[in-house]
Design a protein around this ligand. Structure first.
Ligand code: RIB
Ligand code: CA
Length: 315
């Protein structure tokens, strides 16, 4: 399967990147970057550094949008600083990359890739949906012909993580999310409903240290994330595998139970960023359907995730 990861490269995005490189059924054809956990230049810098660490500098990295569709300036959320650290990857110092950022804008690269690979291509956005919405605006036909979009974002039947209603990725750009939910084809939403049921523990992370330089670096990066999680939720057994789960579902949809629903995002001040069911679209039997993941086989997913990370982190 050909995959493009669209990352706001923070700590769980870094895990999704390693998962992509450790799975034999995933051909990572490019990474597009967006603001979110860190600003877009930070996301590009982190992605290039992680690819250098993981020995995959051949993967092209494309810089994308620097702020939301509304034109408002990017304002980093407090949670992004707490969970991902000042540089977005827990303060880790990564190797300096010999590669440079690709010349094409992320949205143009997404469209070119959609035209080139069609149904063989899956796009996995794990940050705000600004690049994806921009690509749909550029060429909706080509973007509708791809294999699918499996996104990490949203919270349908559980509370949000940046407000009582809203999940972070959707909350950064609700307008873009509405473009994707209403005009994207074969969209699967992997939201907090399922990602919060996955856990990476301290002992999982410690097991990477024996793998060498890459494993030690990832253990240090995850150390920051685990400490922040313990500080915010003292009873937590580990941190959630938000972004890796979205990629895993793109490669194998049977990790989750998903149902087709009409989803849209509230843009009014009161509940801005909340993912809700669109009752009117349901009543009109609209074809606008998003598969929403509501349950997950977390034991199988975590086992497969750890297996792939062992491959990617072994230098
Ligand atoms: O709400 C979790 C999501 O927000 C993850 O994608 C995390 O990386 C942040 O972007
Ligand atoms: Ca992310």
């Amino acid at each position: 399967m050909k995959v493009i990861l669209d990352l706001d490269t923070g700590i769980d995005d870094a895990l999704a990147l390693a998962l992509a490189l450790g799975r034999p059924d995933c051909e990572l054809v490019g990474v597009t970057c967006v603001y979110g956990n860190i600003d877009v230049d930070g996301a590009v810098r982190n992605t290039l550094g992680l690819l250098a660490l993981l020995g995959h500098e051949e993967v092209p990295v494309h810089r994308g949008c620097a702020g939301p569709t509304s034109g408002a300036a990017y304002e980093r959320k407090r949670g992004s600083v707490v969970f991902h650290g000042a540089n977005g990857i827990g303060g880790a110092k990564l190797p300096v990359s010999d590669a440079s950022v690709a010349r094409t804008h992320a949205a143009e690269f997404l469209v070119e890739s959609a035209r080139r690979w069609g149904s063989d291509l899956m796009i996995v956005p794990t940050g705000p949906l600004t690049n994806i919405a921009r690509a749909i605006e550029l060429d909706e036909g080509a973007m509708s012909a791809i294999g699918g979009i499996v996104l990490m974002g949203g919270a349908l039947a559980v509370p949000g993580n940046v407000s009582p209603f809203a999940e972070a990725n959707i909350s950064y750009d609700p307008e873009a999310a509405n473009v994707v939910f209403t005009r994207g084809a074969r969209v699967t939403m992997v939201g907090l409903d399922v990602t919060l049921r996955t856990t990476l523990s301290q002992s999982d992370v410690d097991s990477w240290r024996k793998l060498g330089e890459r494993g030690v670096a990832y253990a240090e990066i995850l150390g920051h994330h685990l400490n922040a999680t313990k500080m915010v939720s003292p009873g937590a057994k580990g941190c959630a595998l938000h972004d890796p789960l979205a990629l895993a579902v793109a490669l194998d949809p049977t990790y989750v139970l998903s149902v087709p629903l009409c989803v849209f995002v509230r843009t009014d001040e009161g509940q801005r960023g909340r993912t809700v069911l669109d009752q009117r679209a349901l009543e009109e039997s609209s074809e606008r359907e998003v598969r929403v993941a509501l349950d997950v086989d977390s034991a199988r997913f975590t086992k497969d995730f750890m297996g792939a990370l062992n491959v990617a982190l072994t230098a």
